[in-house]
Design a protein around this ligand. Structure first.
Ligand code: HEC
Length: 138
């Protein structure tokens, strides 16, 4: 049978636990939200680095595939193979699908991964080289 007293006792004893849980949920959500906010701020700062003028210039120029091919033969085939099939260095036929242009430019000019040397070339040559690398995965 139904007793009013039972209901009263039950509901008062469970309110404390429920409130605690809501409070914990609230705190957890707050933590998650602030963590996400921190990450967003970090990404925002990283993405707003002043653009590298050399990279920007190279990206804005139209490259000529044939000139890029010549540059590649002179500078890169020794390690990446005559048809970019890979030798000492990895094959580059699909590299434009794996790396974006900025990453490729950095790889070429910074020599961050020995034994690949760093290359100095004018932005037009870089644009040509990029055009050639893009032509490889067609
Ligand atoms: C002395 C040998 C050598 C020469 C010359 C060389 N590379 Fe490399 N390259 C490498 C090696 C080794 C790697 C792999 C580095 C690594 O594993 O981190 C590499 C990596 C790369 C990558 C990154 C590939 C990837 O999948 O991450 C690119 C792009 C690249 N080279 C482009 C070039 C271009 C363009 C030239 C010519 C201008 C060139 N390389 C000349 C040895 C060379």
């Amino acid at each position: 049978m139904f007793h009013v007293n039972d209901l009263f006792v039950k509901s008062t004893s469970s309110i404390g636990a429920e409130e605690k849980e809501t409070l914990l949920h609230g705190l957890r959500n707050l933590l998650i939200i602030s963590a996400i906010a921190c990450l967003l701020i970090v990404f925002f700062i990283l993405n707003n680095k002043p653009p590298d003028p050399y990279v920007e210039k190279s990206l804005n120029l139209n490259g000529a595939i044939e000139d890029g091919n010549q540059l590649f033969r002179m500078n890169c085939v020794g390690c990446h193979g005559i048809s970019a099939q890979g030798l000492v260095g990895p094959e580059l036929n699909k590299v434009t699908e794996e790396l974006n242009d900025k990453q490729i430019i950095n790889q070429v000019i910074n020599g961050l991964t020995p034994p690949m040397p760093s290359f100095e070339m004018d932005p037009q040559s870089m644009a040509d080289l990029l055009a050639y690398l893009h032509s490889l995965n067609n």
